[in-house]
Design a protein around this ligand. Sequence first.
Ligand code: SAH
Ligand code: SF4
Ligand code: F3S
Length: 466
Amino acid sequence: MELNDTITHDETAPAEAATASSKKVFMKTYGCQMNVYDSQRMSDALAVEGYQPTETIDEADLVLINTCHIREKAAEKVYSQLGRLQKMKKERAALGRDMMVGVAGCVAQAEGDEIIRRAPVVDLVIGPQTYHRLPDVVRKARAGEKVVETEYAVEDKFEHLPTAPRKVVRSRGVTAFLTVQEGCDKFCTFCVVPYTRGSEVSRPVAQIVAEARQLAEAGVREVTLLGQNVNAWHGEGPAGAEWGLGQLLFELAKIPGIARLRYTTSHPRDIDDALIEAHRDLDILMPYLHLPVQSGSDRILKAMNRKHTAADYLRLIERIRAVRPDIAMSGDFIVGFPGETDEDFDATMQLVREVDYAQAFSFKYSPRPGTPGADLGSHVVESVKDERLQLLQALLFKQQRDFAASLVGRELDVLVEKPGREPGQRVGRSPWLQPVIVDENAGEIGDIVTVRITKAGSNSLFSEPV
Ligand code: SAH
Ligand code: SF4
Ligand code: F3S
């Protein structure tokens, strides 16, 4: 999932020089939820250094791009962005004002100083394993040094960034991400994440609980636990007990104020009995599971190094549905992996029909430098990838629409999140992450209200009070 946007240029912004106490940072985030979370923490760390966040790039003293390397398109976008910044920096210099440019995230980790070679506008490059050194890196860059900070120090990763003050969290709303695990040891042959995010590390229980409490005290009602392989999380419970994500969810469910829990993204191989029990016993664990499978063909799953079969995946879903019948499934798919035949693709379509997804993401295979998949022969031609993606997306889209339509007439609990676009409306979320338009009299932001679904639109559900 990429957040696609371009930097806009506001010609009317004031051109005064920044003083030490009024520095501003403009952040642009691409990629997954982990990047969104990291951007917030970087912003908190920079606030301590005197950088206030701004939404207006023209008043920024520091522009920081948090990047994604997952597919070629995502990575290339960074360079077109940097091209625009180069031009902007020149215009600024003509007015006697300076602007620093930083690149963070997975492209930073993958490409390091190559970024500065290709885009000399860049002053600093910082990888996800070293965000705790960000204040230092910014200070050095301000003194005129070009800084590239990508050396691993994985164990430190969660330690040194300040947590956000309560006021800041409150202004971010009633839902929040909380990283509990980072990195990946799975090495799927198509994927850059094990290289950009390093090996699997779990955050200690006490740190996670403290951050969740802090969020709850600031008014957050729904917490989504994040990890590249979130269900690979493990830690130590009381009296040295071995905990997995299931036990952690039971612990977090005790925190007053938190009304909804979610987690993403999980790997089929790391779902254990305790996690299934959490789905059975915890009402506040939302009945929605993002469980990527990538392909329905065992031959392709093997070539992808997924280490499970299509049948393993289906059996797992059956077990979860047995204890939580209202669970809605979401997934990720790749079409056109090297060697994928029509038959393999049919197996994917068949699996999709069997699972019946409420939501899913699908992509054309993009060869990534340094991954084993890129060196495989028999690449699928682009037009065939296009055709398969179209067929798959049509099926997934139909399932998504049918699922939404099946909710019409039903009463649902909705967490009210923000004001709506039209007067008199608010927007909330269903248990299955769909936006729901509710009447403003239904409840305040942060309330969980019961409404009746009256209509399923293309992106949102509409409702009436009950
Ligand atoms: N950690 C998660 C997701 C990782 S990236 C997991 O293990 O499932 C998110 C999705 O991007 C993947 O699930 C996959 O569907 C897709 N993806 C990853 N690498 C890709 C590539 N090289 N080409 C196309 N899609 C890719
Ligand atoms: Fe990538 Fe596979 Fe790890 Fe997911 S499990 S992050 S797809 S290597
Ligand atoms: Fe992209 Fe890195 Fe996330 S490659 S998907 S930003 S882990």
